[in-house]
Design a protein around this ligand. Sequence first.
Ligand code: PMP
Length: 422
Amino acid sequence: LERAKKVLASGVSSEFRKYNHPHALFYTHGAGSKIYDVDGNAYLDFTLSQGPLILGHSHPEVMQAISEYSAQGQLFAGQHIREVELAEKLNELIPSAELMRFCLDGSEAVQTAFRVARAKTGKNKFLRFEGHYHGWMDNVCWGLSAPSLEAMGSREHPNVFPWTQGLPQGVDNDFIVLPWNDLELVRKTLSERASEIAAIITEPIMCNNGCIEPAPGFLLGLRELCDEYGITLIFDEVITGFRISLGGAQKYFGVTPDLSIFAKAIASGYAISAIVGKYEWMQLIENATVIHAGTMNAGNPTVAAALATITVLEKEQPHQRMFALGKRLMEGLQQAAQKHGQSMLVEGPGPMFAISFTSLTKTQDYRDTLKADKAKLNKFISAMHEEGIRIIGRGLWYISAVHTEEEVDHAIRTADKVLKSF
Ligand code: PMP
């Protein structure tokens, strides 16, 4: 830790600092559902490196494909047939995909989507939702919406996000920020301002602050409004893509966006993301290469990781199992909390879900997530960690294709033990 503090700006894992975690952990390796620290302790991992490890740590087929492709030297975008193979495969799987382009991470692909939407519509502003995360670039980072700004503590450095100062709450130069799941408010806003708005961007399931599913009809309503007003609909599927189904949330919910972003799980976390979309949108990239660039895009090891991940997912079809395991874990946690008189809310579809300590029985939007008892959540997460279970600091759990029922039951028993002492 002392060495890390001397050379790394945040010393060590920002999660540990942010949530005042007593541990500063250093991992040596991961295998399957577990990661191991330098002292040889094993942790049952429900963080999956913030989600991407859908096949668990070090899946042998992914590792082998990467080493085989890497042995052929470094080839990047526009240079090798595997990039084409991957695009063909994604076209087959993702309902809205006709053309695509690869980037290095989710944040970059979001920016590409914005440019394409602006090019297509001739308009400049975007509508987005409170509490949704679309990467860390200047224009979309959490600092944008007033409650998020508070939650992130960005007021300590107000000049980092200068555009949030002195503007009406939730509104900045490029973005109109509305509460999630309020279709009437979206309708009203569009009736007044559609002529300025290039795109609506949304996580199909809000996963970065709680895990809130769209209200019935909400996504379809957005689709209809976008059609009515000539606005681009962007799904940010960085988390939902391949986690909810092989075609992403758009397949799961049966609502087709114009553009969407895939990253994280599509390549087991290797540095590749995809912006995919309908021909009329994506062909604009060909006519203006400046819309998209990137020296290291679609490097063959990352393409190998994506192709191998998809091959395993297609072969093993783990989604039904992941839903069932997730539901089992969610119910078990809920029961353990009830048994010990704790108001724990457990929400999400199963392959990912979030816990919070709150007396609410449902979270409707981001503002509800701010009402939860964060201190108690931190205490729970630290105590679980002490017992060898890793959960993301904001209370999010990810299920992988390699977690087992025994492991899930072990996590429930551990939660029961931890909550008993609360
Ligand atoms: N969008 C969503 C929904 C995300 O969850 C994330 C990352 N957590 C991003 C975009 C940004 O992706 P990346 O970290 O790969 O840049």
